[in-house]
Design a protein around this ligand. Structure first.
Ligand code: PEP
Length: 251
């Protein structure tokens, strides 16, 4: 039970928003944020809009996140973005291992681990995503799948680095489907993850976010669970009103 942690609400805009659209959304969120609700807020626009959104949120408490990173520092890796490029543009967080990266772009626990280490080394704060598919849940393998993702994705970190991690539990069957895990279903997996973190990451008090069709209506109940410390929000982060509604429900 780790409720003393400041909740984090992070919006993953995925492959949405042109630069002018991203600027407008960032501005609306900034203007709508009530001061000092005790909730940390981050937005993850697409790469093309990172600089513009950094500009829009400058001087506000909103933190900038990237949706992905490559582990190499520089070189002939066409299309890739390095950790240094992300810190350079103002990113604080980087999402690593999202299920869409695993599903469509060949992300594995091994590549997650390389990216986590490179991001930490560059001073970024990784938001590491784990979660089971519907088939894995129906086969009763949820705990085994999540434990493997945590153990392999966070393997062999340097001492002290684990403290900078955020974990996001995102059941794949709940992402973008409108199906949310019940608070009990989410809590039992969050508790499992919490129990693994001291051994695997050398830190117990990390924020563990829930992700999967979070809305202003279900956020409060999810956030009321003892081991849920915020949310990673996809669809509902694309409109300021619903994203702000989730932030208010968390505070
Ligand atoms: C996500 O992709 O991280 C996510 C949780 O999406 P959604 O909120 O749309 O389910």
């Amino acid at each position: 039970m780790t409720k003393a942690l400041t909740p984090l609400i992070a919006g993953n805009w995925k492959m949405n928003k042109t630069v002018p659209e991203a600027r407008a959304l960032a501005r609306e969120i900034r203007q709508g944020l009530s001061p000092s609700r005790g909730v940390e807020v981050a937005v993850a626009p697409p790469y093309t809009a990172l600089a513009a959104v950094a500009d829009e949120i400058a001087g506000s408490p909103i933190k900038l996140a990237a949706q992905e990173v490559f582990w190499e520092k520089q070189g002939a890796y066409t299309g890739a973005i390095s950790p240094l490029m992300l810190t350079d543009v103002g990113c604080h967080y980087v999402i690593i291992g999202h299920s869409e990266r695993r599903q469509y772009f060949g992300e594995t626990d091994e590549t997650v681990n390389r990216k986590v280490k490179a991001a930490l080394e560059a001073g970024l704060f990784p938001i590491v995503c784990v979660g089971e598919t519907l088939e894995q849940r129906e086969q009763g393998r949820t705990f085994a799948v999540v434990e493997k993702q945590i153990r392999q994705g966070l393997a062999a970190l340097a001492p002290g680095q684990g403290e900078r991690l955020v974990i996001a539990y995102e059941p794949v069957w709940a992402i973008g489907t409108g199906k949310t895990a019940t608070p009990d279903q989410a809590q039992e997996v969050h508790k499992l993850i919490r129990g693994l973190l001291p051994e695997v990451a050398g830190a117990a008090d990390l924020r563990i976010l829930y992700g999967g069709s979070v809305t202003p209506d279900n956020a409060g109940e999810l956030m009321g669970q003892p081991d849920i410390n915020g949310a990673l929000v996809g669809g509902a982060s694309l409109k300021a009103a619903s994203f702000l509604g989730i932030i208010n429900a968390a505070g």
